[in-house]
Design a protein around this ligand. Structure first.
Ligand code: NAD
Length: 291
């Protein structure tokens, strides 16, 4: 199948984690979600993560705060969760309101409980190729897709559009690592890149993490390339009940006939992010309970 079914791969991971969690004697792994305000997307993301955790047998705790919370109160909550031995993983839902310093909140989390992988120590571990760290969930999800779909990165030219820590930069670092499911030759493009099309047309594997609806058109893709579309963009659609539909950063209709494999939006990379968060939570539990 040309389209990669991320929903199915994520569901397989959830099933595997459900089995491994069921075999744990005593208290199950536990993840705390820290949410500030009532941003509808954040509420919905946390609700989805909460539901998946429950399905697996991971105990979720929701810590919800008013939008006006101070950095001190937020820090105090993170400190309390860090100190609580029954909590294995902590996730601070992004974005935080603009009066709060998001990276400082991420860096406040105990790195051994940083299941989102945004702490500076875990970002450093990716650079150092230290497998004991936590890799942020979306780039880890792309590597997992490649692994499970038999897509080797070895020696391939991987072109990543986007240089955010959450996706582009971290994926580029993973793809260039010296190890299995890596060893790619990586080019990173961004908003200041010149001649983008010339570069993307050289990609054996093209990863789009831009946040611009359908920006990657068919003429930017080499024949037979593998296309990984990370973008999740809402565009108005009067025919939908919600008034919008989700599209990726790639023009799927143009890319699909050219690519050898492609991740659709929705149902490609998106579902992998939650699955990898749960995988990281079970890993945190195991590392914290090592004899
Ligand atoms: P970001 O805004 O932090 O980064 C976007 C990157 O795109 C930047 O590095 C920028 O330099 C680059 N860019 C912008 N315009 C460009 C242009 N014209 N040409 C080339 N590069 C350009 O966004 P992000 O957090 O990395 O997210 C990117 C997309 O991925 C968004 O659509 C987001 O919703 C989606 N996303 C999906 C998941 C998931 O679970 N699947 C997770 C995180 C982000």
């Amino acid at each position: 199948m040309k389209a990669i079914d991320g929903k199915k791969i994520a569901s397989d991971i959830v099933d595997e984690l459900t089995v491994s969690t069921a075999s744990i004697q005593g208290p199950k792994p536990c993840i705390a979600f820290v949410r500030v305000g009532e941003d509808p997307a954040s509420v919905s993301y946390v609700r989805g993560k909460n539901r998946t955790a429950e399905k697996i047998g991971i105990t979720p705790i929701l810590c919800a705060f008013e939008n006006s919370i101070s950095q001190e109160t937020l820090n105090a909550k993170i400190d309390a969760l860090n100190a609580d031995p029954s909590v294995n993983g902590i996730l601070v839902q992004s974005p935080l309101p603009s009066h709060l310093d998001e990276q400082s909140a991420f860096n406040r989390i105990d790195p051994t409980k940083d299941v989102d992988g945004f702490h500076v120590v875990n970002a450093g571990r990716v650079v150092q190729e230290d497998a004991n760290g936590f890799v942020s969930c979306t780039p880890a999800g792309i590597i997992e897709i490649c692994q499970r779909e038999g897509i080797s990165l070895e020696g391939k030219h991987v072109v990543v559009i986007g240089r955010s820590l959450i996706v582009g930069k971290t994926f580029a670092l993973l793809a260039m690592q010296n190890g299995p499911q890596a060893n790619a030759t990586v080019t990173v493009c961004h908003s200041r890149t010149r001649n983008l099309k010339e570069i993307t047309r050289q990609a054996d594997i093209l990863v789009a993490a831009i946040g611009r609806p359908e920006m990657v058109t068919g003429d930017m893709i080499k024949d037979g390339a593998i296309v990984i579309d990370v973008g999740i963009n809402r565009v108005g659609d009067a025919s939908k009940k919600k008034g919008y539909k989700l599209v990726g950063d790639v023009n799927f209709a143009e890319a699909e006939p050219i690519a050898s494999r492609i991740t659709p939006v929705p149902g490609g990379v998106g579902p992998m992010t939650v699955a990898m968060l749960m995988k990281n939570t079970v890993k945190a539990y195991e590392l914290q309970n090592q004899k």
